[in-house]
Ligand binder design. Structure first.
Ligand SMILES: [Zn+2]
Length: 332
């Protein structure tokens, strides 16, 4: 039990200090400010589960690393539905934590890479769109759809904008999928007050640059890569790329492709069979956000000497899985 991570659930108290262990056997804490005793899962999305928190956290850590559900079911003698329920609860929580920590206009994005991956799951084949900031390796958002269309990338670009610190230069490196350019230019616009009557015109952010990286293949063999400026200035785009990428080279989408390769390996085994397509989508999304959040907040990146969230100046320390689960969400 970790009293230092716990906040008193008494709404009139809310103390984060002077919390002690009330009963190890019953797994309860006590707040010495107001005298309340409470279960270890109180105030977390895992409240009311019939298993000890340490076991749930262990399973969630395994899930975040792509451990297949059947392996967990076999090793721990758990019901598949139980594991699926924990995953769903943790994933929904992670999505809100991510939104409240990452998508608040605080991130100096620099170079953003966006990409889609196609993967077969037990619920059928799906498209997953994701985006990341290259400098910090911060995973920015992800969306799931049965089709590769504009509706797949729009929510991702909208949340990238929500995360972006206004006024800072941004370079998007995207693949040849046309929906990106249209969507980015539409989303990164603000109304400019003109001092005249009527609706002010929408202006695209001044320091926004988009480069399409298109791969030409014959069969599976990569023949050539072309880079095409779709918006902004190529000179500035190159400068942002040089400043944000540790490994120098041409503008590319290698970083997001590496992250997506990891997701592609992990996702199929993460989701159990579901009866309805919407149920499958919810579970996939939960799995995606759980994996993405643990990657951002808990996973120390070898070249960053910290987590992506630390590199993006969103936090000053490595979070434990326990801390991520205990993060107190504001109501949305
Ligand atoms: Zn209290």
């Amino acid at each position: 039990m970790r009293p230092e991570l716990v906040v008193c659930p008494n709404s009139e108290c809310g103390a984060s200090e002077r919390i002690g262990v009330h009963s190890l056997k019953e797994r309860r804490y006590k707040c010495h400010s107001c005298g309340t005793t409470f279960a270890e899962t109180t105030g977390t999305p895992l409240f009311g589960l019939k298993h000890p928190l340490w076991l749930v956290l262990l399973i969630l850590a395994l899930l975040a690393q792509g451990c297949p559900v059947p392996a967990i079911v076999f090793a721990f003698g758990l019901d598949e539905r139980t594991v699926a329920e924990w995953q769903l609860k943790a994933g929904r929580h992670a999505r809100q934590v991510h939104h409240q920590v990452v998508c608040q206009g605080q991130v100096d994005l620099g170079q953003v890479q966006a990409d889609e991956l196609y993967t077969k799951t037990q619920a059928g084949p799906v498209w997953i769109a994701t985006a990341m900031s290259v400098f910090s390796r911060l995973w920015l958002w992800g969306a799931i759809s049965w089709e590769r269309d504009a509706a797949l990338v729009e929510p991702v670009i909208a949340q990238v904008r929500a995360a972006a610190q206004p006024g800072r230069p941004i370079l998007f490196a995207v693949d040849g999928f046309k929906a990106y350019v249209t969507c980015i230019v539409k989303v990164f616009r603000d109304r400019q007050p003109t001092g005249k009557r009527g609706r002010p015109p929408l202006l695209v952010w001044a320091d926004l640059h988009i480069v399409q990286v298109v791969k030409h293949r014959v069969g599976r063999r990569l023949v050539s890569i072309t880079r095409q400026l779709a918006h902004g200035s190529l000179e500035t785009a190159e400068a942002i790329m040089q400043a944000t990428q540790v490994e120098l080279g041409c503008i590319n989408t290698a970083y997001i492709e590496r992250l997506n390769a990891t997701l592609r390996t992990w996702m199929p085994a993460l989701v159990r069979r579901t009866r309805t397509p919407s149920g499958a989508r919810d579970r996939l999304e939960a799995a995606l956000f759980w994996t993405g959040c643990v990657y951002n907040f808990c996973h120390v990146h070898a070249t960053l000497a910290g987590t992506p969230a630390m590199a993006a100046a969103l936090t000053d320390h490595v979070w434990s899985i326990d801390e991520l689960i205990r993060y107190r969400r504001r109501r949305e």
